[in-house]
Design a protein around this ligand. Sequence first.
Ligand code: FES
Ligand SMILES: [Fe+2]
Length: 451
Amino acid sequence: MTTPETLSCWLSNTKLFPELDFDRFNMRIATDRYTSAAFQQHERDAIWTRVWQVVGRVDELPETGDWKEYRLFDQSYVIVRGADGVLRGFVNSCRHRGNKLCEGKGQARKFTCPYHLWSYGLDGRLLSVARPDLVGPLDKAEHGLLQVPVDSFAGFIFLNPDPDAAPLADCLGPEVVELLAPYRLDEMTPVGLNVRESLDCNWKVVIDAFSEGYHIVGVHPELLKVIVLEAGKNRFGFFGDHGVACAPFEVNVAGFGPEQQVEGIRELPVTFPSVAEVLPRFEQLVAAHRSADGALQFPDGVTARTLLQQATRDTLTAKGLDVSALSDDQMSDNQGWFLFPNFFMTIRAGEATVIMSTPHPDGDPNRCVWQVTSYIWLPEALRSQLRAPLVEVEQPGSFPYFLALQQDYEQMPRQQKGLRNQALTHLSLAREEVCIARFHGVVDRYLAGPA
Ligand code: FES
Ligand SMILES: [Fe+2]
């Protein structure tokens, strides 16, 4: 089977859980960072207004003049595709008397402020003003929209509110760019799940919840069948502010014979619907190991896991996705990527689920907005046909998340309620939750200000 050298290298260069130096991590987290308005204000100034953050997908704005608004606390930006095909970001304020230019998303040849009809090109230049006789002398070059950096990576649009920000590629770092490239995320499309909803918890409660596997024992016991929660097997790679955690995915019951392993794979679609697509090929591969009397025996080195990996590789290749640069582990294992400050993604060959949380625009530290999107690689001809539009949930509890996500959705506000009790000053992390410690360490570094 294929195991591209660079990828097997990087994976074995990450640290196994027992190899981590826990003295480097602060495993006690103060609770007021989830509840205090002053703390959130500090985060706003030191983090949110200075970091690259995902604001959408490149294919949301395919045509010249396609635009969307991005809200961050009480700030508003507009991202628009120019006539030259370039995506640009602007502060969503008219340069006359500051009126908000636009809201939501749309298509425009130019932006005209509804207040006194000043209009701006898609490149932000001030094109014209109404009734110049009433305006008097005006240097148009001085009155273009205020621009903020916008760039893209892996099909995601990133914006940085800081006009002097370092380039996105520098902030992501070469490892993140190189390790994610073979998945072809830029060719993936939201399919099935694409939801945004306000949650009654701090934005970091969401990041924390998706940064550890420990809560599987309490919240998702059904996942214990397929996710190996063994400290000795989990790997961690930390790259700059970002990182990845990998836990092997297998039908994990000690002493399972071939038939039981195969049965376990057949049950996977209940929790991981996309596995259904590879099952026909999986069954073919399994059948090849049956003797004339029907008995199933795997030779050394073959398990239901390796057959699942081969079936995934064959199925995706037949669909038209070139997976030759992905390792066998990447066929079966969901790797959990975190891009600071608020982008979490599980990814394996052919699919990804992205979870983002942002502070609530109303500024309450006890609330946030989360967005959950499932991406699948599809041949180009099918992408627009199957693309799931974003669903904005207004009525809490009304959206039917799949089981594991519903469990998280219900859990997170419960944690926030506990965190609000003032007598509780600190929470204590388990070692398995080291990614939470690392995330908060990065938060602290930003809050401390430039070195
Ligand atoms: S505030 Fe926009 S034209 Fe006056
Ligand atoms: Fe969870």
